[in-house]
Ligand binder design. Structure first.
Ligand code: ATP
Ligand code: MG
Length: 254
């Protein structure tokens, strides 16, 4: 199974939820690779991958695997793996240009990517920058190789929003755009409304807003321990455990 985490707005918790789900899956015996597809490399940074990421390493003709791959050991045993794809912000576009002009470099990336993803993983969780579209380089560059490697892997998309009405509306619109593209692959999975003020009336309102969406719906309040997250060992909130359980249930059925 492959699960892509998406949102329209920045800072709504994509990376946090991608990370917590990776931990949850791993704790439940599902070998998980978190693919960091954000050129800012936030989760990779949290996992203390200090290197430049796969694309930049190959563009610089370096082959140090530690620059883009790591097994993350957590205190509770929810050990998972991270692949940092791009990293280092703006140089992604420069690297992409270099690689596009050199077939050998592209082949090398594919080879190194496959070396990592072909390790018996049962789940791939993909963290994205905000507002990605099908044709974005960040998406196509990786998705193409993934599909070539695993043509039959089930693909799901999970959307994250905060509870402001403007975000909810833009997320509904975004879901429509992404899910109604004729050449889309994979399927819609559900919505997380995150960072809801932790008061009964706000949580109720968020639940009502969630009912505008299809599929799995989860409301996550603002949780102190997740704020300014800087420790991979943070406890998994109940709501994320519920989300993880629902995803695993669904995955067993399909
Ligand atoms: N439920 C929550 N309660 C409190 N803080 C949270 C919660 N979810 C996420 N955060 C915090 O909110 C901030 C933004 O989260 P995160 O970086 O995961 O968002 P993002 O959607 O990945 O952002 P970007 O678009 O910049 O990649 C982080 O500091 C994170 O620790
Ligand atoms: Mg992020």
């Amino acid at each position: 199974m492959r699960l892509s985490v998406l949102s329209t707005k920045g800072g709504v918790g994509k990376s946090t939820i991608a990370l917590l789900l990776s931990k949850y899956f791993s704790l439940n015996g599902v070998k998980t690779l978190l693919i960091d597809r954000d050129p800012l490399g936030w989760v990779s940074n949290l996992a203390k991958i200090k290197g430049k990421g796969l694309l930049a390493s190959i563009a610089d003709k370096e082959e140090d695997k530690q620059a883009y791959f790591k097994e993350v050991k957590t205190k509770d045993g929810g050990d998972f793996y991270i692949l940092k794809l791009y990293g280092d912000g703006a140089r992604f576009y420069v690297d992409l240009d270099i690689i596009r002009r050199d077939e050998k470099l592209y082949k090398k990336i594919k080879e190194k990517y496959q070396e990592i993803v072909r390790n018996g993983f049962q789940a791939f969780i993909v963290d994205n920058p905000s507002m990605v579209q099908w044709n974005d380089d960040e998406v196509q560059c990786e998705l193409r190789i993934f599909r070539e490697t695993f043509p039959d892997e089930k693909i799901f998309r999970l959307y994250i929003s905060d509870s402001s009405e403007i975000s909810i509306e833009s997320t509904l619109k975004y879901i429509k755009e992404i899910e109604q593209t004729p050449h889309k692959i994979g399927q819609y999975l559900g919505i997380v409304i995150n960072l809801v003020p932790p008061f009964p009336e706000d949580l109720d309102k968020a639940m009502r807003l969630a009912s505008k969406f299809e599929g799995i719906k989860v409301v996550i309040p603002f949780i102190e321990s997740l704020f300014i997250l800087n420790d991979i060992n943070v406890e998994i909130p109940e709501q994320v455990k519920y989300l993880g359980k629902e995803i695993l249930k669904l995955n067993n059925k399909v």
